[in-house]
Write a protein that binds this ligand. Structure first.
Ligand code: TRP
Ligand code: SF4
Length: 418
């Protein structure tokens, strides 16, 4: 049987989130988010719904220990409101103490979408302007300009073969090499903060369409380790994957009750976390990467105004940052709502906000106050407001938001580095 696949380059990502999650082993965020000192609105409102291994991030935030936050954008068109969520997730994590990293995936845009380098450059800068407008602080880079990244990608490439790429992405004999290169570059993107700064938990906020890259990277991060540390019955076993003998010896020397065997060192009377930390130090001292396996979060997609996906290939579905007020108003006013066929029905049955692209626009970005959002929802479901009126109010919010946002984007212009 063929493995189930998610295609990161498809324009119709799987919409059945619950099923996709269960099938691929993504966990619901709710139990872990409770461990955060402050729950961000995108988790509270059910926008970020899933994760892999987010617990070490929640812990790092609570304990104020180092962690990294990284995501990437493929500059294949102008940024639009659909990109804002993941940007806000990054900014929030930086505010919680994370080291922020943004990668502009120009290699991917060039290899997979055939974009010219000039266009990649132009769009890439727009993405960065949006991030700065939202208050981003941290490192940014374009893939094609980062040599350490490319070296790391090459190193990571020693751990992947084509049958894996076929199983994960459905690559075949006619897939061009640059496409595979874009994949391994993304793997390197995700591991990059750990070579640029220090090995530490890293969280990558993405849409579920990017999960194949996350799974691949998690596997490679593990393969690039010298050691694994395993909790056994009454002792901790440090297993060598490809550690030089000097590193094994150093592990033995680091702990008084350690015994060295062929391929492993067993240690009694110690905490697993302490061994893991020490072993990482030893691994680094012997030229290893000592990577933490990266974590991820998954958000639902904001629907486009025309109902389906927000996609630059359907101009009516998106609102981009430089549209005129008249066009913005027109797009919002013709957006798909959860309203009923007739006014009489609307009053009697109320609207269906969860099916309404405008309600979701408010939920994602336009209404930051929870009480105000709840009131919109109440009025809608009680049939107390017409969609016409509600759309007008939403259009005004969007216009005001964009006006302010554009000013911030312009003010950020001189911070952008290519
Ligand atoms: N592949 C991502 C996209 O299509 C862009 C991307 C590149 C990325 N590198 C990344 C996303 C690293 C997250 C982490 O949008
Ligand atoms: Fe959407 Fe507003 Fe109509 Fe409700 S009243 S369906 S939220 S446009």
């Amino acid at each position: 049987m063929q493995e189930p696949q998610i295609n990161p380059w498809s324009s119709t990502p799987s919409l059945d989130i619950g099923k996709t999650f269960a099938e691929f082993g993504i966990d619901p965020i709710a139990p872990v988010m409770a461990e955060l000192p402050e729950i961000p609105y995108f988790m509270r409102r059910g926008i970020v719904v899933g994760h892999r291994d987010y617990r070490p991030i929640a812990q790092a935030i609570r304990n104020r220990t180092p962690f990294h936050i990284l995501t990437g954008f493929m500059p294949s068109g102008h940024p639009h409101l659909g990109h804002l969520m993941v940007m806000k997730e990054v900014v929030w994590h930086v505010q919680q103490g994370g080291n922020g990293y943004i990668t502009i995936a120009d290699r991917e845009a060039h290899a997979v979408r055939g974009l010219s380098w000039e266009k990649c450059n132009e769009y890439g800068k727009e993405y960065l302007a949006c991030l700065y407008a939202l208050g981003f602080e941290g490192e940014t880079f374009f893939q094609s300009k980062n040599n350490r990244l490319k070296d790391l990608a090459f190193e990571a490439a020693t751990k992947v073969n084509f049958s894996e790429l076929t199983a994960i992405y459905g690559f075949g004999p006619d897939t061009d090499l640059a496409h595979a290169d874009a994949v391994i570059t993304q793997v390197a993107d995700i591991l990059y903060p750990q070579i640029d700064r220090e090995p530490a938990p890293t969280v990558v906020p993405v849409g579920v369409d990017q999960d194949p890259h996350i799974r691949l990277t998690r596997g490679i991060a593990h393969k690039m380790r010298m050691f694994t540390v395993e909790e056994r019955d009454g002792y901790i076993s440090v297993r060598s994957k490809n550690a030089p003998d000097a590193a094994m010896e150093a592990v033995k020397k680091a702990f008084p009750h350690a015994k060295k065997y062929e391929g492993h060192v067993d240690i009694k009377g110690v905490q697993c976390a302490d061994v893991k930390g020490k072993v990482r130090e030893i691994e680094r001292a012997h030229g290893g990467f000592a990577f933490f396996t990266p974590s991820s979060t998954y958000h639902i997609f904001m629907p486009g105004l025309t109902g389906g996906k927000m996609s630059s290939s359907i101009p009516e579905s998106i609102i981009s940052f430089y549209e005129s007020e008249a066009v913005v108003r027109k797009k919002v006013m013709s957006g798909i709502t959860g309203g009923r066929m007739t006014l009489e029905e609307q009053k009697r049955l109320g609207g269906e906000p969860d099916k309404c692209s405008l309600y979701l626009l408010n939920l994602f970005h336009m209404v930051t106050d929870d009480a105000e959002l709840a009131e919109i929802r109440r009025k809608c479901t009680a049939g107390e407001i017409t969609c016409g009126q509600c759309k007008k109010e939403t259009a005004e919010r969007v216009v005001a938001f964009l006006h302010d946002f554009r000013e911030k984007m312009n003010a950020a212009a001189d911070r952008i580095k290519v």
